[in-house]
Design a protein around this ligand. Structure first.
Ligand code: ATP
Length: 199
């Protein structure tokens, strides 16, 4: 699995639609200060479901929409799509290329898509769980991230190791199952009470 291409339209400094193709191996993005290199990383994190605007260097959700510039009007929406090569089927989807999209409008309404089909943020999170690519995974190492990891709490380090070991998905499913089980136990207690009263 690798990132084949990113399309950015109206996100941060990208007023117009741009498409960047990546090959396997190392790609370097170079450019003058303030030309938008880090905005590309922010776009990747954002489409992966980043909810903390601080992590993508914005103050509020609508900050990610192009706010106008030299001879360019502000945009009303921002859209980012990642095209991921999935030939090795790392992502549990049959397609060889998986397209993941996030859109936002001025009202801060977010939409998420997998292969152009509307989905929930939860679906995006689950798709990338245990692949090392999720928004909180270690595949995007931005400025200051290494220091953050070094000074992370034991709980945070455990979570990074769990993601790398591929057991986070199982743990999440276990937690969900435990929650459901306690709900069922509660309902069973209620039913038993009614049965006892009736007997
Ligand atoms: P450096 O090399 O200094 O780290 P960089 O190439 O990584 O710079 P970025 O930090 O990606 O640059 O881009 C910063 C630019 O993005 C600034 O000029 C800023 O005005 C612009 N920018 C950020 N958000 C928006 C927005 N919503 N609308 C328009 N421009 C924006």
């Amino acid at each position: 699995m690798y990132l084949k291409c990113i399309e950015i339209d109206g996100f941060k400094s990208f007023a117009d639609k741009i498409k960047l193709d990546f090959d396997m191996g190392i790609t370097s993005i170079v450019g003058p200060n303030g030309s938008g290199k880090s905005n590309i990383l922010d776009a990747i994190l954002w489409v992966l479901g980043e909810q903390s605007y601080k992590n993508i260097r914005a103050k509020e959700s609508s900050d990610v929409i192009f706010s106008g510039g030299k001879n360019k009007k502000p945009r009303n929406t921002a859209t980012v799509s990642l095209y991921i090569d999935n030939e090795d089927k790392t992502l549990e989807i049959d397609d060889e290329v998986v397209k993941v999209t996030r859109k936002i409008n001025k009202k801060s309404e977010n939409e998420y898509y997998i292969n152009d089909q509307r989905c929930r943020l939860k679906d995006i999170n689950e798709l990338f769980l245990d692949t090392g690519v999720g928004k909180s995974a270690y595949s995007v190492i931005g400025q200051g991230k290494v220091e953050k990891i070094i000074s992370a709490s034991n709980k945070e380090i455990k979570s990074i190791i769990e993601e790398a070991a591929g057991i986070k998905k199982i743990k999440l499913r276990k937690d969900e199952a435990i929650k459901k089980l306690s709900k069922v136990e509660l309902e069973t207690d209620k039913i038993n009470l009614i049965v006892n009263e009736l007997e």
